[in-house]
Design a protein around this ligand. Structure first.
Ligand code: AMP
Length: 312
């Protein structure tokens, strides 16, 4: 018996260029990748906004996967959010070429009444003010996890610090963790972030995996193996398009947690492993194409391989 899961975030037309090719205006967005990844584990409730230009074919991609789009706002005459990015060399970081916020710029998320008791809430990348507005609309969720990015750390630090007091977990990149904490050492950065409010933090390090640090004992900042777990990335030979890796990681992680209904430290580690493996599929093709043809058996099979690699 899985728990219910809601995600609020961007739904986008992405234009992506990597050394393997270029695709114009394909389906993307943080909430899109998150939902498609999480839906392997539990049904997902999606809250987002698109313009009238959002094709029914993209909506069908979501709906064919147990993603409830009752929280999708369609702005009459509006244009969907657009993001263009490129990747070079080792493709560790996206270079943003262009952003057109369009309807996402005035996004006021509305959680449908029937969803206000949702157990797990994921606040995908967005302004911390918007993320807080979501928390004002839900009643006592069991687990709230947020994502953030350098833009908000830079421009809305105070609002972000307020938000951190209201979430259980924070997921962010290594560069963002350094920026938020002022620490170069990622373990120190994670400990500092946990001191800002969340019970746990997951720092994503791209191909190098992820680091989990959780508060657990009375002495925050004490380094015990129970409270810290690094996981490597899945060693992928085939990286076509890294877009959405972070959001698929979070989706796999939250989807697994919702299906397990348990949020203790070992469950968080297992959830991170599912997130790692789910993301490793996302990057094998452009946009959401690999997720569209993925099935849970493949995820489980790769998880077995991954677990085997970590045995020593
Ligand atoms: P990631 O998982 O970090 O690769 O996230 C990629 C997705 O983030 C893309 O599909 C973009 O559409 C989306 N995105 C890019 N910039 C923003 C932004 N400022 N706010 C929300 N979503 C964004």
């Amino acid at each position: 018996v899985g728990q219910s899961l809601v995600v609020v975030g961007s739904i986008a037309f992405d234009t992506i260029r990597t050394p393997h090719g270029e695709v114009p205006e394909v389906l993307g967005g943080s909430a899109t990748y998150f939902s498609l990844a999480a839906a392997f584990f539990v049904p997902v409730r999606l809250v987002g906004v698109v313009g009238e230009d959002f094709p029914s074919e993209y909506r069908r991609v979501l709906e064919s996967r147990c993603i409830d789009t009752a929280g999708l706002q369609i702005v009459p005459g509006g244009r969907t959010f657009r993001w263009s990015g490129s990747y070079h060399g080792a493709m560790n970081e996206a270079k943003t070429e262009d952003v057109q916020l369009n309807v996402f710029g005035d996004f006021r998320p509305v959680i449908p009444e029937a969803w206000r008791d949702t157990h797990l809430v994921f606040l995908a990348n967005g302004s911390p003010v918007t993320q807080a507005a979501v928390l004002d609309q839900v009643r006592k969720p069991h687990l709230v996890v947020a994502d953030t990015m350098n833009l908000w750390i830079d421009t809305q630090r105070e609002a972000l610090l307020d938000l951190l007091k209201r979430v259980d977990g924070l997921v962010l990149n290594d560069g963002e963790a350094r920026m938020l904490s002022g620490e170069h050492n990622l373990v120190a950065a994670a400990h500092k972030i946990v001191g800002l409010g969340p019970t746990f933090v997951v720092i994503k390090k791209g191909e190098h995996g992820a680091l989990l640090v959780s508060r657990g004992g009375p002495r925050v900042g004490s380094l015990t193996s129970e409270l810290v777990c690094p996981l490597p990335g899945y060693p992928s030979l085939k990286v076509f398009d890294p877009t959405g890796a972070g959001d698929s990681f979070a989706g796999g992680m939250m989807g697994y947690l919702a299906s397990a209904g348990n949020y203790d430290f070992r469950s968080l580690v297992r959830a991170m492993a599912y997130g790692t493996v789910t993301a490793s599929f996302t990057i094998e093709d452009f946009s959401v194409r690999r997720l569209e043809r993925l099935c849970l058996d493949e995820i489980d099979e790769r998880l077995r391989l991954y677990r085997g690699m970590l045995e020593f």
